[in-house]
Design a protein around this ligand. Structure first.
Ligand code: NDP
Ligand code: 2IT
Length: 446
């Protein structure tokens, strides 16, 4: 088996040289799916895994724009249209200076299986730019978004490809992008999700990823007869996903003691609640990329250049970015008695870190299962746009909760081993794969 996986990965590495995040995401899937294909040879004969790991289309373009001083700036723009077997390409846009082809391909690849898990009809895609929103004025962000959409508009559409937000892309950016699309096409359609509630957005979309992650962790805890009540929680990041996770974990009776940024993390022994959660939104909106001001404002400790994983907590929710939780962090969490790690970000734990959690037999969920609530509510936004209708917050939240329960059930179905331990990595990958693979078989060699 190891030989087959190695051989498959050699091909991936040769065809996608230097794309280390993409290799990492494909290896995680291959380790689970290649043994599964051995037992289900129909997928092997049709080369489904090989086809799945090659994007249907990769679009790269120039994004020229003018800054407030009148100077011309050039950024790279991308959209990876990865797989459309079960629905239009669907996935976020990331604006961050670290963005490159490898990062967007890893995200697009994971998105195929994540979207399949949601039970909704969405294919996989991802896009973005190496544009750095840090320190940019609203006008600069608008001019950048307009230029970005001036190329992207010809590749997307409500039945073709439906982008949304990710790191650096929230409600403000979706507004500028939507305005430009509408102007160029003269069409008011559900071409983007994460829109404002007055112009076609779904209630609960901002909360969805963080809430969904906590709902997923709640399901995992219930398999052990446990809950969030009275637990201490470490959250990383301070963006959209972290904000939703902090809010919902608190509502379920837990005490969230950390949030983090690229500058370090804060430890709030009394818990991040009420006004402090509101303050997270202010911090994010400053575009300064720092959490230190939280410590100054609320008189708590700030740990410069450190990560929250050194604190003793029961539950860890990594919600910042890829490869932010390393093997030593995982060991420290386990030594400190962590019982549950549920990924809000995409691929935040390195493969070695995941091994530590799985060997310790703690509850561990990969982002493609536990953070699927964001894109699930994006799927519900698409449905509401098609119906030209809007559901209440309660209705959307209920559907989100049910979807997260369904995803958890699917993971258990395919991931439970002989001793009863649920390998959520195995469960999520097989459950996501089967639906897409069967659709690809039915649609012939495309
Ligand atoms: P935001 O832009 O709202 O926040 C991103 C957070 O991560 C910020 O705290 C950001 O700080 C931090 N971050 C980003 N890159 C780095 C880095 N290299 N080092 C340290 N911190 C970093 O994004 P979201 O909250 O939307 O996204 C967070 C994660 O959740 C990402 O992995 C994203 O892919 C994932 N996700 C998002 C979904 C959504 O619906 N928004 C859905 C599912 C997953 P800074 O900007 O200063 O770097
Ligand atoms: O990683 C993700 O799932 C997202 N950024 C959300 C994608 C979406 O289309 O809502």
């Amino acid at each position: 088996m190891t030989d087959k996986i190695n051989k498959f990965m050699e091909g991936i590495i040769a065809r996608n040289a230097g794309e280390k995040e993409f290799h990492q995401a494909v290896l995680e899937v291959a380790e689970v799916i290649i043994p599964f294909i051995e037992e289900n040879p129909v997928y092997g004969e049709a080369k489904i895994l090989e086809r799945l790991s090659e994007p249907e289309r990769t679009i790269m373009f120039r994004v020229p724009w003018q800054d407030d001083k009148g100077e011309i700036q050039i950024n790279k723009g991308y959209r990876i249209e990865f797989n459309s077997a079960i629905g239009p390409y669907k996935g976020g846009l990331r604006f961050h200076p670290s963005v490159n082809l490898s990062i967007l391909k890893f995200l697009g690849f994971e998105q195929i299986l994540k979207n399949s898990l949601t039970t909704l009809p969405m294919g996989g895609g991802k896009g973005g730019s190496d544009f750095n929103p840090k320190g940019k004025s609203d006008n600069e962000v608008m001019r950048f978004c307009q230029s970005f959409m001036s190329e992207l508009f010809r590749h997307i559409g409500p039945n073709t490809d439906v982008p949304a937000g990710d790191i650096g892309v929230g409600g403000r950016e979706i507004g500028f992008l939507f305005g430009q699309y509408k102007r160029l096409r003269n069409e008011f359609t559900g071409v983007l999700t994460g829109k404002g509630r007055e112009w076609g957005g779904s209630l609960m979309r901002p909360e969805a990823t963080g809430f969904g992650n906590v709902y997923f962790a709640k399901e995992m805890l219930e398999t052990k007869g446990d809950s969030f009540e009275g637990k201490t929680v470490a959250v990383s990041g301070f963006g959209n996903v972290a904000w939703g996770a902090v809010t919902k974990a608190g509502e379920l009776g837990a005490k969230v003691v950390t949030i983090s940024g690229p500058d370090g993390y804060i430890y709030d022994p009394n818990g991040i609640t009420g006004d402090k959660i509101e303050y997270m939104l202010e911090l994010r909106a400053t575009n300064n990329d720092v959490v230190r001001p939280y410590a100054e404002k609320f008189g708590v400790e700030f740990f410069a250049g450190k990560k929250p994983w050194e604190q003793k907590v029961d539950i860890a929710l990594p919600c910042a970015t890829q490869n932010e939780l390393l093997v030593d962090d995982a060991k420290q969490l386990v030594n400190n008695g962590v019982i549950c790690v549920s990924e809000g970000a995409n691929m935040p734990c390195t493969p070695d870190a995941i091994n530590v959690f799985q060997e310790a037999k703690i509850l561990y969920a990969p982002g493609k299962a536990s953070n699927a609530g964001g894109v699930a509510v994006s799927g519900l936004e698409m449905s509401q746009n098609s119906l030209r209708y809007g559901w209440t917050s309660e209705e959307v939240d209920k559907k989100l909760h049910e979807i997260m329960k369904d995803i958890h059930e699917s993971c258990k179905k395919y991931g439970t081993d002989a001793n009863g331990y649920v390998d959520y990595v195995k469960g999520a990958n097989i459950a996501g794969f089967v639906k897409v693979a069967d659709a690809m078989l039915a649609q012939g060699l495309v």
